[in-house]
Design a protein around this ligand. Structure first.
Ligand code: PLP
Length: 218
Protein backbone atom coordinates (compact mmCIF):
# COMPACT_ATOMS: atom_id res chain seq x y z
CA UNK A 1 0.00 0.00 0.00
CA UNK A 2 1.20 3.49 -0.81
CA UNK A 3 2.31 5.67 2.08
CA UNK A 4 0.73 9.02 2.87
CA UNK A 5 3.89 10.73 1.58
CA UNK A 6 3.55 8.87 -1.74
CA UNK A 7 -0.14 9.71 -1.96
CA UNK A 8 0.60 13.38 -1.30
CA UNK A 9 3.13 13.35 -4.08
CA UNK A 10 0.64 11.73 -6.44
CA UNK A 11 -2.00 14.34 -5.57
CA UNK A 12 0.50 17.15 -6.09
CA UNK A 13 1.26 15.62 -9.49
CA UNK A 14 -2.46 15.59 -10.33
CA UNK A 15 -2.68 19.25 -9.37
CA UNK A 16 0.29 19.52 -11.67
CA UNK A 17 1.53 22.73 -13.12
CA UNK A 18 -1.62 24.59 -12.08
CA UNK A 19 -0.19 27.63 -10.35
CA UNK A 20 -1.55 29.08 -7.20
CA UNK A 21 -3.68 26.04 -6.36
CA UNK A 22 -3.63 25.28 -2.64
CA UNK A 23 -3.88 21.70 -1.44
CA UNK A 24 -6.01 21.23 1.67
CA UNK A 25 -5.60 17.75 3.20
CA UNK A 26 -8.96 16.62 4.58
CA UNK A 27 -8.15 14.66 7.73
CA UNK A 28 -11.67 13.98 9.07
CA UNK A 29 -12.01 10.42 10.25
CA UNK A 30 -8.20 10.03 10.37
CA UNK A 31 -6.16 9.62 13.52
CA UNK A 32 -3.45 11.92 14.82
CA UNK A 33 -0.63 9.65 13.60
CA UNK A 34 -1.81 9.92 9.99
CA UNK A 35 -2.04 13.71 10.18
CA UNK A 36 1.45 13.74 11.65
CA UNK A 37 2.70 11.64 8.75
CA UNK A 38 1.22 14.07 6.23
CA UNK A 39 2.72 17.02 8.06
CA UNK A 40 6.13 15.31 8.09
CA UNK A 41 5.75 15.00 4.30
CA UNK A 42 5.39 18.77 4.06
CA UNK A 43 1.61 19.22 4.19
CA UNK A 44 0.62 22.25 6.26
CA UNK A 45 -3.10 22.97 5.71
CA UNK A 46 -5.70 20.51 7.00
CA UNK A 47 -9.48 20.39 6.74
CA UNK A 48 -11.87 18.99 9.33
CA UNK A 49 -15.66 18.62 9.32
CA UNK A 50 -16.24 18.47 13.07
CA UNK A 51 -14.95 21.03 15.56
CA UNK A 52 -14.53 18.55 18.41
CA UNK A 53 -12.60 16.03 16.32
CA UNK A 54 -10.31 18.80 15.07
CA UNK A 55 -9.44 20.06 18.57
CA UNK A 56 -7.68 16.84 19.55
CA UNK A 57 -5.50 17.01 16.47
CA UNK A 58 -4.74 20.72 16.95
CA UNK A 59 -3.67 20.08 20.53
CA UNK A 60 -1.44 17.18 19.51
CA UNK A 61 0.08 18.88 16.45
CA UNK A 62 0.61 22.61 16.95
CA UNK A 63 1.76 24.86 14.12
CA UNK A 64 -0.53 23.57 11.36
CA UNK A 65 -3.26 25.57 9.59
CA UNK A 66 -6.80 24.31 10.18
CA UNK A 67 -9.86 24.84 7.99
CA UNK A 68 -13.38 23.99 9.10
CA UNK A 69 -15.20 22.56 6.07
CA UNK A 70 -18.26 20.97 7.72
CA UNK A 71 -21.56 22.57 8.79
CA UNK A 72 -21.21 24.86 11.80
CA UNK A 73 -23.89 25.11 14.49
CA UNK A 74 -24.17 28.26 16.60
CA UNK A 75 -23.17 26.46 19.81
CA UNK A 76 -19.77 25.63 18.22
CA UNK A 77 -18.89 29.06 16.85
CA UNK A 78 -16.76 30.10 19.84
CA UNK A 79 -14.42 27.12 19.50
CA UNK A 80 -14.31 27.59 15.74
CA UNK A 81 -13.47 31.31 16.12
CA UNK A 82 -10.76 30.55 18.69
CA UNK A 83 -9.05 27.60 17.04
CA UNK A 84 -9.41 27.65 13.26
CA UNK A 85 -7.63 29.81 10.66
CA UNK A 86 -10.43 29.38 8.13
CA UNK A 87 -14.15 28.55 8.11
CA UNK A 88 -15.12 27.48 4.58
CA UNK A 89 -18.70 26.49 5.33
CA UNK A 90 -20.28 29.84 6.14
CA UNK A 91 -23.92 29.88 5.05
CA UNK A 92 -25.75 32.28 7.41
CA UNK A 93 -25.23 35.83 8.62
CA UNK A 94 -26.02 34.86 12.21
CA UNK A 95 -23.09 32.44 12.26
CA UNK A 96 -20.83 35.04 10.66
CA UNK A 97 -21.74 37.61 13.30
CA UNK A 98 -21.01 35.18 16.10
CA UNK A 99 -17.66 34.23 14.58
CA UNK A 100 -16.69 37.88 14.22
CA UNK A 101 -17.76 38.70 17.79
CA UNK A 102 -15.93 35.67 19.18
CA UNK A 103 -12.68 35.90 17.23
CA UNK A 104 -9.97 36.61 19.83
CA UNK A 105 -8.39 40.07 19.53
CA UNK A 106 -4.84 38.66 19.54
CA UNK A 107 -5.47 36.54 16.43
CA UNK A 108 -5.64 37.83 12.86
CA UNK A 109 -9.16 38.04 11.37
CA UNK A 110 -10.75 34.66 10.68
CA UNK A 111 -10.64 33.76 6.98
CA UNK A 112 -14.05 32.72 5.71
CA UNK A 113 -15.61 31.40 2.51
CA UNK A 114 -19.31 31.42 1.71
CA UNK A 115 -20.49 27.92 0.89
CA UNK A 116 -22.67 28.05 -2.20
CA UNK A 117 -25.24 25.48 -3.20
CA UNK A 118 -23.69 24.31 -6.44
CA UNK A 119 -26.22 21.60 -7.11
CA UNK A 120 -29.28 23.80 -6.57
CA UNK A 121 -30.99 20.95 -4.76
CA UNK A 122 -32.95 22.14 -1.75
CA UNK A 123 -31.64 19.26 0.35
CA UNK A 124 -28.00 20.32 0.00
CA UNK A 125 -26.41 22.87 2.28
CA UNK A 126 -25.07 26.16 1.05
CA UNK A 127 -26.41 29.50 -0.10
CA UNK A 128 -28.39 29.79 -3.33
CA UNK A 129 -26.32 31.49 -6.02
CA UNK A 130 -28.77 34.39 -6.23
CA UNK A 131 -28.36 35.15 -2.52
CA UNK A 132 -24.59 35.09 -2.32
CA UNK A 133 -23.96 38.77 -3.11
CA UNK A 134 -26.25 40.07 -0.35
CA UNK A 135 -24.71 37.73 2.23
CA UNK A 136 -21.20 38.63 1.04
CA UNK A 137 -21.89 42.34 1.50
CA UNK A 138 -23.05 41.77 5.07
CA UNK A 139 -20.15 39.42 5.91
CA UNK A 140 -17.56 41.75 4.38
CA UNK A 141 -18.66 44.46 6.82
CA UNK A 142 -17.86 42.34 9.90
CA UNK A 143 -14.63 43.54 11.52
CA UNK A 144 -13.05 40.25 12.63
CA UNK A 145 -13.71 38.22 9.49
CA UNK A 146 -11.87 38.27 6.20
CA UNK A 147 -14.11 37.06 3.39
CA UNK A 148 -11.80 35.40 0.85
CA UNK A 149 -14.25 33.84 -1.64
CA UNK A 150 -16.51 30.86 -2.17
CA UNK A 151 -16.63 27.15 -1.41
CA UNK A 152 -18.68 24.65 -3.40
CA UNK A 153 -19.32 20.91 -3.30
CA UNK A 154 -20.67 19.86 -6.70
CA UNK A 155 -22.44 16.51 -6.32
CA UNK A 156 -20.57 13.41 -7.58
CA UNK A 157 -20.77 13.29 -11.35
CA UNK A 158 -22.08 16.86 -11.60
CA UNK A 159 -21.90 18.30 -15.12
CA UNK A 160 -19.22 20.84 -15.98
CA UNK A 161 -21.96 23.46 -16.06
CA UNK A 162 -22.29 23.29 -12.24
CA UNK A 163 -18.62 24.22 -11.83
CA UNK A 164 -18.97 27.00 -14.40
CA UNK A 165 -21.93 28.58 -12.62
CA UNK A 166 -19.91 28.81 -9.42
CA UNK A 167 -16.84 30.14 -11.22
CA UNK A 168 -18.83 32.77 -13.05
CA UNK A 169 -20.46 33.95 -9.81
CA UNK A 170 -16.99 34.03 -8.22
CA UNK A 171 -15.63 36.11 -11.12
CA UNK A 172 -18.54 38.52 -11.05
CA UNK A 173 -17.92 39.39 -7.39
CA UNK A 174 -14.18 38.89 -7.21
CA UNK A 175 -13.07 42.50 -7.62
CA UNK A 176 -15.86 44.00 -5.58
CA UNK A 177 -14.89 41.93 -2.52
CA UNK A 178 -11.17 41.43 -3.33
CA UNK A 179 -11.58 37.64 -3.35
CA UNK A 180 -8.68 35.26 -3.96
CA UNK A 181 -10.06 31.82 -3.09
CA UNK A 182 -12.41 29.44 -4.89
CA UNK A 183 -12.54 26.16 -2.94
CA UNK A 184 -13.85 23.44 -5.23
CA UNK A 185 -12.71 19.89 -6.02
CA UNK A 186 -12.22 16.70 -3.99
CA UNK A 187 -10.42 13.38 -4.62
CA UNK A 188 -12.64 12.40 -7.55
CA UNK A 189 -13.03 15.72 -9.35
CA UNK A 190 -9.93 17.76 -8.64
CA UNK A 191 -8.76 17.95 -12.28
CA UNK A 192 -12.17 19.13 -13.45
CA UNK A 193 -12.46 21.66 -10.63
CA UNK A 194 -9.00 23.09 -11.36
CA UNK A 195 -9.76 23.26 -15.08
CA UNK A 196 -12.85 25.25 -14.16
CA UNK A 197 -10.97 27.70 -11.97
CA UNK A 198 -10.61 26.29 -8.44
CA UNK A 199 -7.77 27.86 -6.43
CA UNK A 200 -8.03 25.43 -3.50
CA UNK A 201 -8.87 21.72 -3.56
CA UNK A 202 -9.97 19.67 -0.54
CA UNK A 203 -8.52 16.18 -0.74
CA UNK A 204 -9.19 13.37 1.75
CA UNK A 205 -9.23 9.78 0.47
CA UNK A 206 -6.62 10.30 -2.27
CA UNK A 207 -4.15 11.24 0.49
CA UNK A 208 -5.20 9.15 3.48
CA UNK A 209 -7.11 6.27 1.91
CA UNK A 210 -10.55 5.31 3.20
CA UNK A 211 -11.65 7.03 6.39
CA UNK A 212 -11.72 4.94 9.57
CA UNK A 213 -15.49 5.22 9.91
CA UNK A 214 -16.00 4.11 6.33
CA UNK A 215 -13.37 1.40 6.76
CA UNK A 216 -15.15 -0.15 9.72
CA UNK A 217 -18.55 0.23 8.08
CA UNK A 218 -17.30 -1.64 5.01
C1 PLP B 1 -14.90 14.81 3.19
C2 PLP B 1 -14.84 16.08 2.43
C3 PLP B 1 -13.86 16.31 1.45
C4 PLP B 1 -12.84 15.26 1.04
O1 PLP B 1 -13.46 14.31 0.23
P1 PLP B 1 -12.58 13.15 -0.48
O2 PLP B 1 -13.53 12.60 -1.48
O3 PLP B 1 -12.23 12.18 0.59
O4 PLP B 1 -11.40 13.79 -1.10
C5 PLP B 1 -13.83 17.55 0.84
N1 PLP B 1 -14.71 18.53 1.14
C6 PLP B 1 -15.67 18.35 2.07
C7 PLP B 1 -16.62 19.45 2.37
C8 PLP B 1 -15.78 17.11 2.73
O5 PLP B 1 -16.76 16.94 3.63
Amino acid sequence: MATIAENLQAVRARIGAARGVTLLAVSKGQGIERVKEASAAGQRAFGENYVQEALEKMDALPGLEWHLIGPLQSNKTRLAAERFAWVQSLDRLKIAQRLSDQRPAELPPLNVLIQVNASQETSKSGVALAQVEALAAAVAALPRLRLRGLMAIPEPGAPRERYREVKSLFDSLREKFAWDTLSMGMSDDLELAIAEGATLVRIGTAIFGQRARERSAA
